[in-house]
Design a protein around this ligand. Sequence first.
Ligand code: GLU
Length: 417
Amino acid sequence: MAATNGSIFAAMLEEFDVAARILNLEPGIWQILTHPKRQIIVSCPVQMDNGEIEVFTGYRVQYNITLGPAKGGIRYHPGVTLDEVTALAAWMTWKCAVAHIPFGGGKGGIVCDPTKMSQRELEALTRRYVAEIVDAIGPEKDVPAPDVNTNEQIMAWIMDTYSMHVGHTTTSVVTGKPVELGGSLGRREATGRGVMIAAREAAKHFGIALKDTRIAVQGFGNVGGVSAHLLAQQGARIVAVTDWKGGVYNEKGFDVPALMEYTRQHKTVAGFAGGQPLPAGDFWGLEVDVLIPAALENQITIENAPAIKARIVIEGANGPTTPEANDQLHNRGIFVVPDILANSSGVTTSYFEWVQDRYGYFWTEQEVNQRLEAKMCEAFDAVLKTSLKYKVDMRTAAYIVAISRVATVTRMRGMYA
Ligand code: GLU
């Protein structure tokens, strides 16, 4: 694998190419699937609380809409770039295809630091961003959702702004909404639930029960926190957790609800009394069975991959492993369940939310979770079987499944010109 010089889209393309070569993908389809369909850049002026005007840059990328409306979250982060959002939109395309749901892939982002903004400023920014892209989104066109630093409240503002523009309440324009206004039960926990299922299935593949595993989690937000909680409920020992500010370690396994409560108050796991401080450099080399990167991209690199002792890596985040690090892990027999499979339950439950909104008929949490379990196991089986059939790692197998599905429909639909 060549170094991708920090370009996340280049890393996505490397992963894509490995699978496309194995599939002998024809050059025309190869070209289509490696180009974003549409990239939108908008400037969003906002009057800040101090009276001054600041202009924020926002992106929305619709990478591919062959299987259905573009689908994917919106992230608020100072490091957002068009390169990153395009890669994330591509990953959504493959993720929806692996999950076998009728959506294409999209992603949005705004370059901002939400930790330094008031609720009023965040609301103004969100509404202006939606107003700028309002013609491009819609239940049949492009359906946003939460991602890094965005939440149910922000989805409610998106739904409201869009509805005001079109003149009627349109709940299915966005997913991850509060349950009171068309959100789905189980959506908030869905990504973490899917990560738990992926860890369970991967452990089962090695003949290990979850209750006999020791797990380390990077990131303790919606994905890392809920995954840790559900895994601990299954009897797994969560021995290490790190986040942007620091890390904690507990040989016996954390009391995860207590750690969640601490994090709610302190915005970090650092300083939690139910464990000892974990120096940042020690995290990747810990003696654990399962490692769950659930923060941002490019975390497992060629520098720290050799230290990893876990047998299984479950990618809760999008793109946490660089292509070179992925090869390093694979060559050492470490089983990596890739992002486009491992964290796909978030968007699968977004699909359930979209279906419920369009029906105007809502399911119980048990129904949502049963359907999610079935979809996640179906996706995991399809990828595992493909990996055994082609003798490739799980990431390449997931791409083979995804590319095959999107390419088949692309060929059937033909070219419009
Ligand atoms: N942001 C999540 C992801 O990366 C969820 C996307 C969605 O539900 O549309 O998969």
